[in-house]
Design a binder for this molecule. Structure first.
Ligand code: T46
Length: 133
């Protein structure tokens, strides 16, 4: 299984500027139930440190830059996110962390489910046990 799955979006726009359109079950490979965005993160702060049991997510760095660290319990990978025309899929049972935020970073996340704390695995040893069972 490929750990890092990216989706390149078509850049629309004209001499007024650029535009990207995302549609559920099309550009986004699931139905979107929730949208959130992370911004004004201090550069010395890292976020995430969890996996989701069932949630599917597509993250897009619409401004600035950060690094997405992914770990499926077997393979680890890092993706520098610095393009509003590329999304990174965060699939279920993938431990993920976000590091190296630029002060202007805005990380937009499209999610397949409403917020549900019981879908989170926030302990890494617990994640390894579950992903290997
Ligand atoms: C993820 C990564 C990429 C809500 O009440 N509703 C929400 O939809 C979200 C996303 C969060 N929250 C609350 C839960 C916490 O009290 O907002 C607070 C911060 O959430 P958290 O510490 O989980 O934030 P991150 O940046 O560590 O993780 C977030 C998402 O929670 C997570 O699903 O995959 O971004």
């Amino acid at each position: 299984m490929t750990l890092v799955k990216t989706i390149d979006f078509k850049k629309l726009g004209d001499d007024r500027g650029s535009l990207v359109a995302l549609e559920e079950n099309d550009t986004v490979p699931f139905a979107i139930k929730r949208v959130y965005y992370i911004y004004q993160t201090e550069s010395n702060v890292a976020r995430g440190f969890h996996a989701h049991k069932a949630l599917q997510q597509l993250a897009v760095c619409v401004a600035g830059k950060c690094t997405m660290f992914l770990d499926d319990g077997d393979t680890k990978a890092e993706v520098v996110m610095d393009s509003p025309t590329q999304g990174v899929l965060i699939e279920p049972m993938v431990w993920h962390e976000m590091h190296n935020f630029s002060t202007d970073c805005v990380l937009l996340v499209l999610a397949s489910e409403h917020y549900n704390e019981s879908d989170y695995i926030r302990d890494y040893e617990d994640f390894l046990r579950q992903v290997n069972s």
